[in-house]
Design a protein around this ligand. Structure first.
Ligand code: ZN
Length: 218
């Protein structure tokens, strides 16, 4: 009798356990069934945000949804046509000059991915809202902060209007804790400096503050 009661509780409680990282691809194909939403994946450099975007896009593709990734034309690190993360995990993408252009390209798309969202103009915020209102699932990936720890471009506004925000973390290369920010290793005050592999290191808050204090003390 006792075990039956326990079993009853297990069965009834299970549906209430919601895994934050789990998104269903079910019932989202076709204009009448699909519901729009906005997800933001953000973190410092080397935190795996593009990998997470690609993972979600691949799952949607397995579910036979039509997917497309857009990225700002400024991001020409390795390739014009592919979203390439640091581990060279490739998925086809389209470079666009202005956020508004995305609205003209998504007629047949169920899931829109946006990579390097921090480099887009502020118009991207309204574009994402319009896409979600049309029933499209939007997944934005980008840097949450610049090398000074300042919120980057449209990212704060995207995080505010998102249904779900997921922070990815690199590892602090000084102490092994979770990294918080991308520390710039070269002397430049420009906000955008591409070719980042040897120009930045991920640091936790404490190691970042120490590094900045040491630089200012020089
Ligand atoms: Zn550290």
């Amino acid at each position: 009798m006792h075990s039956c009661v326990c079993h009853f509780f297990v069965v009834t409680l299970q549906p209430q356990i919601k895994n934050k990282d789990m998104f269903s691809e079910r019932d989202t194909k076709g204009p009448s069934l699909r519901k729009g939403s906005i997800e933001v994946v953000c973190g410092s450099m080397f935190s795996g945000k593009t990998e997470e975007l690609i993972r979600r896009m691949k799952r949607a593709k397995f579910a036979k949804l039509r997917v497309e990734i857009y990225k700002p034309a400024i991001d020409v690190r390795y390739s014009d046509e592919d979203v390439v993360s640091h581990d060279r995990n490739v998925i086809q993408s389209t470079p666009v000059d202005s956020s508004q252009n995305i609205l003209l390209m998504v007629d047949d798309i169920d899931v829109v991915g946006i990579d390097e969202a921090q480099f887009f103009d502020m118009g991207i915020v309204d574009v994402c809202k319009q896409l979600a209102d049309r029933g499209i699932r939007v997944i934005c990936a980008g840097l949450d902060m610049d090398f000074k720890g300042v919120p980057f471009g449209p990212m704060p506004a995207l995080m505010a209007i998102a249904d779900d925000v997921y922070k990815t973390h690199a590892i602090c290369v000084h102490c092994g804790d979770l990294a918080y920010v991308s520390h710039r290793l070269v002397a430049s005050d420009k906000r955008v400096l591409l070719g980042e592999t040897d120009s930045y290191e991920p640091l936790c808050r404490e190691c970042y503050n120490k590094a900045i204090a040491a630089e200012e003390g020089k």
